[in-house]
Write a protein of this length. Structure first.
Length: 189
C-alpha cells in the first residue's frame, strides 16, 4: 500500500513540475517583444548574415549564355533562351528564367559561372499570390534589377510579366547609352 501512495505522489509531483515549466514558458511569450517591435520589417530590411543565400542577383550585361549554371542546377530550375549574336561572336540572351517554386537555394549555379554574372543576394521576400509570380525572367526585368544594381521585389516581377521582349540586348545600344548620346548632341560645344 505504501508503494502505491509513493507512485501516486511521484506521478502528481512530476506532472506538476512539467506543467510549471509549460506555464512559465507560456508567460514568457507575453513578456518578449514581437518581431515588428524588434525589426521594422516592411520599411527597414531585416539584417541577414554575410553568407545568406537569398534570391539570386543576375547581371545581364556580363552573361555570355554558356548554360553552365543551368547544367549545374540539381533541380533544373534555370531556363536560358539564347540565339546567335548578330554583332560579333557569342550569344544574345533573350531569356534567363529561374523558377523559384523549384529552387532550393543551394548556390550550385553560382560557382561554375565563368564571368560571375549570377550570385546569391540578400533578399528573402518575393511574396506573390500565384505560382506565376515564382517564375522570374531576369532578361525582362527593369535595367537596374537586370544589371544587378537593385534588388528583386514582387512589384518589379509582376511588371516584367507583361513584357514580351528583353529589356536590353547585348551588342545593341542600351537605353542608357542612347540617352547619353541624345544629351551630348543637344549640348552646345
Amino acid at each position: 500500500m505504501r508503494e502505491w501512495f509513493r507512485n501516486v505522489w511521484y506521478a502528481i509531483s512530476t506532472l506538476y513540475s512539467g506543467m510549471a515549466v509549460t506555464f512559465r514558458i507560456f508567460l514568457e511569450t507575453y513578456r518578449r517583444k514581437t518581431f515588428t517591435q524588434v525589426y521594422e520589417y516592411p520599411e527597414v530590411p531585416v539584417p541577414v548574415k554575410a553568407r545568406y543565400r537569398g534570391f539570386h542577383r543576375f547581371d545581364l550585361t556580363t552573361c555570355i549564355g554558356c548554360d553552365k549554371c543551368a547544367a549545374a542546377c540539381p533541380v533544373d530550375c534555370i531556363y536560358i533562351e539564347k540565339q546567335k549574336s548578330p554583332v560579333g561572336k557569342g550569344f544574345r540572351v533573350d531569356g534567363f528564367t529561374i523558377d523559384y517554386s523549384k529552387c532550393m537555394f543551394c548556390a550550385l549555379c553560382v560557382d561554375p559561372c565563368p564571368v560571375d554574372c549570377i550570385f546569391m543576394g540578400s533578399n528573402h521576400d518575393l511574396s506573390c499570390y500565384s505560382r506565376d509570380g515564382c517564375l522570374v525572367d531576369f532578361a525582362k526585368l527593369p535595367l537596374e534589377v537586370a544589371w544587378g544594381q537593385a534588388t528583386l521585389n514582387p512589384t518589379v516581377v509582376s511588371e516584367a510579366k507583361v513584357l514580351d521582349q528583353p529589356v536590353w540586348i547585348k551588342g545593341e545600344a542600351s537605353p542608357f547609352e542612347a540617352n547619353l548620346e541624345d544629351s551630348s548632341r543637344s549640348e552646345p560645344v
